[in-house]
Ligand binder design. Structure first.
Ligand SMILES: NC(=O)c1ccc[n+]([C@@H]2O[C@H](COP(=O)([O-])OP(=O)(O)OC[C@H]3O[C@@H](n4cnc5c(N)ncnc54)[C@H](OP(=O)(O)O)[C@@H]3O)[C@@H](O)[C@H]2O)c1
Length: 417
C-alpha cells in the first residue's frame, strides 16, 4: 500500500495519483490587501480534493505570473475574495495563479479528456457547463458563469495542487521545460482571440497590426500570432533597448512612446487649442508608424490594453474599416473617443476577454508546433511569487513573461524528474 504524507515539501513529489491532506500555497487574505510584496504569504492549507464530476486536480510543476494577481493583491478594482464568497466559497482567502504546467493527479467521475499522469498546461477559462446558454452552443465567453481561474476563482496555480475544470487542461508541449510551458497560455490565448476572434476584422496576410506594449506578455504573443498569419506587426514600447526583442519576434519595427506626450483622456473638442495640440501629437505618432513601415499605411488592427492613455491615439491611427481591439485598461478605464473618427471612418472598437476552448487549443497548437516562443523572461522560486508581482506592479518586470517553479525541483526539466 502507498503511504501518503499529510504534506510534502516543495520540490517533493507525492506518489502519482495520491493526494496529501494539505499543501503549501501562496495565499492572499483581505487583511493583507495592498502591494503584492505584502499581500502574498506562504501558508499551509487543505488540498482542494473534493472534485465535481467535471473537475481535475493538477500537481503544479510551474506557474506563470500574470498582471491579474497584481489586481487580486491590491483588492482593486475587484475584491476577489468577495467574488469567491458570492460563488459559495467560504475559505476566506485567495490562491491566485492563472497559468500552470503540471501533472494530472485526480479526475472527477465524468472526465474523459485527461487521465491521471497526463502532462498538461492549464488555460484559465472556466464556466458552468450546465448553463443553458453554453449548452445551446453559444460562446461560453459570453456566459454569465464565465470566470478566470486563479483570479475570479480560488485554488489557482500558486500552490502544490490546483483545482480546474478538465476542459481547461491542454497537452504540454514536450519540447518546453515546465517553466517555459507555464508562461504563455493566458496572454497567448487572449491575444489569439483578440486577433482571430472578431470577424470580419481577423488578422490576415498583408495586414498591418499595431501592438502596444510589444515587449510585455500580451504584446510578445500578439507580435508572433500576427507574424504567423502573414501580417506586419509594429510594436510600441517605452525604450529603445526593447526594440531588438520585439523585432526578433517578428515586429517590422518599433515606436518609442516616450517621444510623445499626448497620452491620456482627450481634451474636450470645444477647447480648440488643447485639442489641436493633442491632434498634433497623434499625427506625429501616425507619421512615426509610417516611417517604420516605409509607406503611408494605417493599421488594420490596433492591439490595445493600456486603455485610457492610448485609446484616443489607437482610434485615430486605425485604418478605415479597421478595428481597435482591447482587453484591459492598465493605465485607466475612462477611454475617451472622438466619435467623428469612429463613425466617418467606420472603425470598430471591440472589447475582448480571454478565450474559449477552441481559441486556447488553437494557440496551444502553435506552441506545440514550435511556432510561438513562450518568451520566458525570468524564472523565480515559489517563495518569490509576491516579489514577481511587485515587479509587475512597479513596471520593472523583465521582457516577456515570468514564471515560478512550484514543484519542479529545478529549472530546465521537461518531464518528471
Ligand atoms: N482581459 C484579458 O483576458 C486579459 C488577459 C491578459 C492580460 N490582461 C491585462 O492586460 C494588461 C497587460 O497585460 P500583460 O501581461 O501584457 O502585462 P505586461 O507584461 O506588464 O505588459 C504590459 C505592457 O504595457 C505597456 N504599458 C504599460 N503602461 C502603458 C501606458 N500607460 N501606455 C502604453 N503602454 C503601456 C508596457 O510596455 P512599455 O512600457 O514598453 O510601453 C508593458 O510592457 C494588464 O492590465 C492585464 O491585467 C487582460
Amino acid at each position: 500500500m502507498v503511504s501518503v504524507k499529510d504534506v510534502y515539501e516543495l520540490g517533493e513529489m507525492p506518489p502519482p495519483g495520491t493526494i496529501p491532506k494539505q499543501m503549501y500555497a501562496q495565499v492572499i487574505r483581505r487583511e493583507r490587501f495592498g502591494e503584492p510584496k505584502q499581500a502574498f504569504q506562504v501558508e499551509r492549507v487543505d488540498t482542494p480534493a473534493d472534485l465535481k464530476p467535471n473537475e481535475a486536480l493538477v500537481f503544479v510543476m510551474a506557474a506563470g505570473i500574470n498582471y491579474n494577481n497584481v489586481w487580486a493583491a491590491l483588492g482593486s478594482p475587484v475584491d476577489v475574495i468577495k467574488v469567491h464568497e458570492r460563488d459559495g466559497d467560504a475559505s476566506g482567502y485567495h490562491i491566485g495563479g492563472s497559468d500552470a504546467s503540471g501533472i494530472v493527479y485526480a479526475v472527477g467521475s465524468g472526465v474523459t479528456n485527461v487521465k491521471v499522469g497526463d502532462e498538461v498546461v492549464v488555460h484559465c477559462g472556466m464556466w458552468d457547463e450546465d448553463d443553458p446558454f453554453v449548452k445551446a452552443g453559444n460562446d461560453p465567453m459570453f456566459s454569465n458563469s464565465f470566470r478566470i481561474w486563479g483570479y475570479e476563482s480560488n485554488w489557482g496555480s500558486f500552490a502544490q495542487f490546483t483545482k480546474v475544470q478538465a476542459h481547461q487542461c491542454l497537452p504540454k508541449a514536450p519540447h518546453l521545460t515546465w517553466e517555459e510551458a507555464a508562461a504563455p497560455t493566458l496572454v497567448g490565448a487572449t491575444a489569439y482571440r483578440m486577433l482571430h476572434g472578431w470577424p470580419p476584422n481577423t488578422v490576415k496576410e498583408g495586414d498591418v497590426v499595431l501592438v502596444w506594449g510589444g515587449s510585455g506578455g500580451l504584446g510578445s504573443m500578439a507580435i508572433q500570432i500576427a507574424r504567423e498569419a502573414g501580417a506586419t506587426p509594429v510594436a510600441v514600447v517605452s525604450s529603445e533597448d526593447k526594440f531588438a526583442f520585439c523585432e526578433k519576434l517578428g515586429a517590422k519595427g518599433c515606436i518609442n512612446r516616450k517621444k510623445f506626450d499626448h497620452w491620456g483622456m482627450l481634451p474636450h473638442w470645444t477647447d480648440e487649442a488643447a485639442y489641436g495640440k493633442w491632434a498634433e501629437g497623434a499625427r506625429a505618432f501616425g507619421k512615426a508608424l509610417w516611417d517604420v513601415l516605409g509607406e503611408r499605411r494605417n493599421p488594420n488592427i490596433v492591439f490595445d490594453h493600456p486603455g485610457e492613455d492610448t485609446v484616443p491615439t489607437s482610434i485615430f491611427v486605425c485604418e478605415t474599416g479597421g478595428m481597435v481591439v482591447i482587453c484591459a485598461g492598465t493605465s485607466g478605464f475612462n477611454a475617451v473617443v472622438d466619435l467623428r473618427y469612429l463613425w466617418m471612418r467606420q472603425k470598430r472598437f471591440q472589447g475582448s476577454h480571454f478565450a474559449n476552448d477552441e481559441q486556447a487549443v488553437a494557440f496551444n497548437q502553435l506552441v506545440i508546433d514550435g511556432k510561438i516562443d513562450p518568451c520566458l523572461g525570468a524564472t523565480h522560486s515559489f517563495e518569490e511569487i509576491g516579489q514577481c508581482h511587485q515587479l509587475m506592479y512597479e513596471g520593472r518586470q523583465p521582457l516577456g513573461v515570468m514564471a515560478a517553479l512550484v514543484s519542479a525541483p529545478r529549472e530546465g526539466l521537461k518531464g518528471v524528474p
